[in-house]
Design a binder for this molecule. Structure first.
Ligand SMILES: Nc1ncnc2c1ncn2[C@@H]1O[C@H](COP(=O)(O)OP(=O)(O)OP(=O)(O)O)[C@@H](O)[C@H]1O
Ligand SMILES: CCCCCCCCCCCCC/C=C/[C@@H](O)[C@H](CO)NC(C)=O
Ligand SMILES: [Ca+2]
Length: 541
């Protein structure tokens, strides 16, 4: 495929330019969009930077050290320019690095800066104006500092203008998104954790449906896709959405993905109860174990991220199981299975296939309601945990995630049912969520890839949901005061991306690629930093 290059420019610019005290042959392949140079020191290491990963180019001045030691110090004033670019390090971490080239010929220097700037201008997917929401109380309460010290300088280097809102209360960002002139922005950035991301997502998706006259309370309504991308600067306690879509929780890495305008579609589940919209979910919808952890940990927010470990241990000891019925429609449209060995990675072909299916379906039906006659499977049982995940849910605590082969954008969720078992067996399963072993390889764990599901607890089946709520209030305290009893007299709570839901009976539907993030999915691991730059240039030049 031939790339576009600025009109009237030669396809390749090759010059011998100063780099430090020596010369380096620098190549700008404008057709392929590659900048390459060989470092005169560092063992002649080759560097290769796609122009799509250049952050900025600036005319610059050589620093004092460079001016006094170079062989050219006898020459007339040298001209120089600095290229800021993405440097990929281990574990999906990105750095912003810079390199300064110089030459004595002013025209040549201008030719280089012009050519590079024109190539940057052609990167149309990059945001120019962003709306930023900062939760100053998320995670370790470092959101504001992280943004000001690590992110804002990069946005300004990349000439991105921002409107920054520091939230003053929960739902501030969500409510604000219903009011702002959203068309002014190329994206919305949230600085915080999964809860903060969820707020921004609800604001954007909700606004989109409102503007299009879609009734969110109708569980069957086909929702309108949200094309304004969200960027996540991780500053929360779990940061699962960021980690699962980028591969690391690192503010600088995320800021760089935003700057270069990456785009990653994401599945979103809608959650309803009795024809009433409750919430959207992108990561975990968890009943039983993860619901109980969340409920307990909310009272301990003052502990910061540690609250999840404390409540996790307490909930594990309580060993409550819950009885109920789960019905689901298997996701037959998608190619993968939850037991696959391969994970969803950048450019995933399974997600691409789903994208095509979605486009065809939209062409055929538009925004009409599509009747879905597909079979439902019904499972009744006693469960320690019911987890439905739209993505792997990888996070620093669980680096592979709760379902390592789940896909970001295939229009399905993985439904994991952990049946009543001994404490020891449950611990074995939990430990496997944190290591390389297969967490589904137990007789008491089942996993299904689904496109929709419903859950009703036995309590609400027996009594009707209103009575169940009364029962929960009356007996909940009693059972939690006796951790050894393990009884199932009360309902658990649903943990929806880190927020509790008011109802235990829910109806869930996955909406394929309903929204987009400034991310590209997790890249295939590229060994280490030095190996990366060597292999890249040899392969590409
Ligand atoms: N100014 C504020 N004061 C109080 N709560 C806020 C404020 N701004 C946002 N919130 C709420 O704080 C909740 C938690 O925030 P956030 O997700 O950023 O951190 P976290 O819970 O520590 O991290 P994680 O969700 O990754 O576990 C969000 O649900 C959000 O609605
Ligand atoms: C025996 C002790 C077990 C401790 C378990 C600790 C918690 C492990 C965390 C894995 C959670 C991954 C799923 C992510 C869910 C997020 O949506 C949510 C909000 O940030 N986080 C949690 C912890 O509910
Ligand atoms: Ca999915």
């Amino acid at each position: 495929m031939e790339r576009q290059r600025p009109a009237g420019r030669p396809p390749r610019l090759v010059s011998s330019l100063g780099l430090g005290q020596r010369c380096s042959e620098v190549t700008l392949d404008q057709e392929r969009g590659l900048l390459a140079w060989r470092h005169p020191r560092r063992g002649g290491e080759n560097y290769f930077v796609p122009t799509s990963e250049i952050i900025a180019v600036e005319e610059s001045e050589l620093n004092k050290k460079q001016r006094n030691t170079g062989k050219w110090h006898k020459l007339a004033k040298p001209h120089s320019f600095t290229v800021y670019y993405v440097k990929k390090a281990r574990n999906h971490r990105w750095w912003c690095r810079d390199v300064t080239f110089w030459c004595v010929d002013e025209n040549l220097c201008n030719q280089w800066t012009q050519a590079l700037k024109e190539l940057l201008e052609m990167q149309k997917c990059r945001p120019k104006r962003l709306l930023v929401y900062i939760n100053p109380y998320g995670g370790k309460r470092q959101g504001k500092r992280i943004y000001e010290q690590k992110v804002a300088p990069l946005f300004s280097l990349a000439s991105i203008s921002t409107d920054v809102v520091i939230t003053e209360h929960a739902n501030h960002a969500k409510d604000n998104l219903f009011e702002v002139n959203i068309n002014k922005y190329d994206g919305v950035v949230c600085v915080g954790g999964d809860g903060m991301f969820s707020e921004v997502m609800h604001g954007l998706i909700g606004r989109m449906q409102k503007d299009s006259g879609i009734d969110q309370n109708n569980p069957k309504a086909p929702l309108v896709q949200c094309n304004i991308r969200i960027g996540i600067i991780p500053a929360g306690s779990t940061d699962c959405v960021c980690y699962s879509t980028v591969g690391i929780s690192d503010p600088v890495t995320s800021a760089l993905h935003i700057i270069i305008g990456d785009s990653q579609p994401l599945d979103v589940s809608s959650v309803h109860h009795n024809n009433t919209f409750l919430k959207y979910s992108v990561s975990l919808l968890g009943y039983g174990f993860y619901g109980d952890i969340l409920k307990d940990s909310e009272k301990k927010r003052w502990m910061g991220p540690m609250r999840y470990d404390y409540s996790g241990f307490k909930t594990f000891l309580s060993h409550h199981y819950y009885e109920g019925t789960i019905s689901f429609q298997p996701a037959k449209h998608t190619l993968g299975s939850p037991r696959d060995k391969d994970s969803c990675r950048t450019g995933c072909y399974i997600c691409k296939e789903s994208e095509q299916q979605l486009a065809e379906q939209q062409k055929k039906c538009g925004l009409k309601n599509e009747e879905d006659e597909e079979e439902w499977k019904v499972i009744k049982g006693k469960f320690l945990a019911i987890n439905a995940v739209n993505m792997s849910c990888a996070c620093p605590r669980s680096p592979k995630g709760l379902s390592p082969a789940a896909h970001l954008a295939d229009g399905s969720a993985d439904l994991i049912l952990v049946r009543k078992c001994s404490r020891f067996d449950f611990l074995r399963h939990l430990v496997r969520n944190t290591n390389q072993d297969d967490q589904f390889d137990f007789s008491f764990v089942d996993v299904y890839r689904v496109k929709s599901f419903q859950f009703t607890s036995k309590l609400s089946e027996d009594n009707g949901s209103n009575v169940a709520d009364i029962g929960k209030k009356r007996f909940g305290q009693f059972c939690r005061d006796h951790p050894a009893c393990c009884c199932n007299i009360a309902d658990s709570t649903w943990n929806c991306d880190g927020e509790t839901l008011d109802s235990s009976a829910i109806e869930v539907r996955v909406h394929c690629q309903l929204m987009k993030l400034f991310a590209r999915g997790i890249e295939e691991n590229c060994k280490d930093e030095a190996a990366y730059s060597h292999s890249s240039i040899e392969h590409l030049l």
